[in-house]
Design a protein around this ligand. Structure first.
Ligand code: NG6
Ligand code: CA
Length: 524
């Protein structure tokens, strides 16, 4: 009898211990799946942050993340303009594979809803996913009606929640879209949009320069909304039109609400800033804070947004269980269409850091962008010069959350998780950069494919940018020539031929056959 009693208590004990360890397992599983936040600056240059050498403009919140996290000095976005970079980040496929280029504001959705995306992969791994901010990857299937349900869009390619600027701040329609609908739209005042003929009765920049907060070039001189003339014409939707000065507050509020609504389970937030893209019209409270005019003030405003986001995570006890990746979609530009004194008030500030080029450029500054990975207690603070590219975040984050990729998904994305987390120095040995031509990095060597004649389009109009386009082969050795000044192509014809052949192979065969991705995340 005594023996039976002991046995009974023993079994109770075993059950209790196993329940307890199940709870522990659940907890640790939750721990293994940290929240993920990608903070994406727009047009932010390598030299635009204090932690990357800026002295004139102050960026304390981002600098604190750089100090407490891993700061990368050779990490790249995939292209020197927004749309192909974002396409690569979200699909793990280079932009040129889908002919991605800067899209007009009425372009159809560029991402095929049938393909895997970074957010849909995370959904499969149990994450709730959200995008707040700039989209610029097209919406609908063409001939979009802004007064009805607008789809397909972010919700059809893996986001559970979306609150977006449809294209850019300088393109119509100047309204936010939440889910499938324009926010605060009065159906009695429907929106129409045209990227061709003028429409509606709204004043336009070319005819009413006296109404403008900032004068603009011809392309940015169409419908005036909130005292700023835009690319494209719009009419109607007056109750829905945004105020540029409120971008930072509106977007930060939405990002924090998303966190509040989803903090109980793992979430992924793509917090995609308007700053520091044109038009640079920061809120009144940031005016004059940088001494560099609107561009510098927009940097200060952007830093404030980062600080608010961090505070929100901290106050909710989420900081240690959230992997934050801060970076930019392309390099810097000063004059991008509006007279906002970005050039005149620059003083000693150098948005390119030590590099040549900028936004639109095939030189390093086109794609080498500030990149910080931050997770206190998990990512050891430090500086890494490992060569990385955002196209790999898809496979790397899949590896983080233990998700297998289908063979057709993310064809250009490789698992560099350990390098992103600062645990390894293994960098890409071959990395492509897209900038109206293609460039290739092979460790310290940089090769730029000759641009085809007539390919340069309007890039030549951007005065303060050296596009890097040439009809000649260009070869630079960055270990001796970080500023890409001495073209060594004639001296090293074999290297030129080999690097050109690699680009051609990537174009023709894709990335996978030659440089196999880590098989662990790959479902064969
Ligand atoms: C260009 C615009 C530029 C900016 C850019 C997109 C002209 C002359 N320039 O076409 O102002 O809007 O597109 O920037 O129209 S990006 O960061 O979204 O790629
Ligand atoms: Ca951009």
């Amino acid at each position: 009898m005594m023996y039976m009693k002991q046995l009974f208590f023993l079994s109770i004990l075993v059950i209790a211990i196993s329940c307890q360890s199940k709870v522990e397992n659940d907890k640790s599983e939750h721990k293994q799946k940290p929240n993920i936040v990608i903070i994406y600056g727009d047009d932010l240059g390598y030299g635009d942050l204090g932690s990357y050498g800026a002295t004139h403009v102050k960026t304390p919140a981002i600098d604190a993340m750089a100090e407490g996290g891993m700061k990368f000095t050779d990490a790249h976005c995939s292209a020197a303009t927004c749309t192909p970079s974002r396409y690569a980040l979200l699909t793990g496929s280079y932009g040129f594979r889908s002919r991605a280029e800067v899209l007009p504001g009425d372009a159809p959705l560029l991402i095929n809803p049938e393909v895997g995306t970074l957010p849909s992969m995370l959904q499969n791994a149990g994450y709730t996913t959200g995008i707040v901010g700039k989209w610029h990857l097209g919406l609908g299937i063409g001939d979009i009606d802004w007064n009805e349900a607008i789809k397909p869009g972010p919700l059809e390619v893996g986001f559970d929640y979306s609150f977006i600027i449809p294209a850019t701040g300088d393109r119509v329609p100047c309204v936010f879209v939440e889910g499938h609908h324009v926010v605060s739209l009065d159906k009695a005042d429907p929106i129409t949009v045209s990227y061709g003929e003028p429409i509606g009765m709204d004043p336009i920049g070319t005819e009413h320069p006296e109404m403008l907060k900032q004068q603009a070039d011809r392309q940015h001189s169409e419908t005036i909304v909130n005292g700023i003339s835009r690319i494209g014409y719009m009419s109607g939707g007056n109750t829905a039109r945004w105020k540029d000065e409120d971008f930072a507050d509106v977007l930060t509020d939405k990002a924090v609400s998303f966190i509040d609504d989803n903090k109980e389970k793992p979430f992924f937030l793509f917090f995609s800033f308007h700053d520091i893209h044109v038009p640079r019209v920061p809120h009144e409270r940031f005016k004059g804070t940088s001494g560099m005019g609107p561009r510098g003030d927009a940097i200060v405003q952007m830093d404030w947004c980062v600080g608010e986001l961090k505070k929100a995570l901290q106050e909710r006890g989420l900081l240690e269980n959230t992997l934050v990746i801060f970076t930019s979609d392309n390099g810097p530009v000063l004059d991008d269409g509006y007279e906002d004194q970005a050039v005149e008030l620059l003083a000693e500030h150098n948005p390119n850091g030590p590099f040549r080029g900028g936004k639109y450029s095939a030189y390093e500054s086109g794609t080498r962008v500030p990149t910080i990975v931050y997770r206190p207690g998990h990512v050891k603070p430090g500086v890494s010069s490992t060569l990385l590219n955002q196209v790999d975040l898809y496979a790397s984050l899949a590896s983080l959350v233990g998700e297998k990729l289908r063979p057709t998904d993310a064809p250009d994305s490789f698992d560099y998780l350990d390098s992103w987390l600062g645990k390894s120095n293994e960098g890409k040995t071959v990395m492509l950069e897209e900038a109206y031509t293609l460039a290739l990095r092979d460790r310290d060597w940089k090769y730029i494919l000759p641009a085809e004649k007539g390919f340069t389009t309007w890039v030549e109009d951007v005065k303060d940018i050296e596009s890097g386009l040439s009809l000649e082969h260009q070869l630079y050795n960055l270990s001796e020539d970080i500023g890409e000044k001495v073209n060594l192509a004639d001296q090293y014809p074999d290297k030129v031929a080999a690097m050109k052949a690699k680009i051609e192979a990537i174009l023709e065969n894709g990335t996978r056959p030659e440089w196999d991705r880590t098989q662990t995340t790959f479902d064969q």
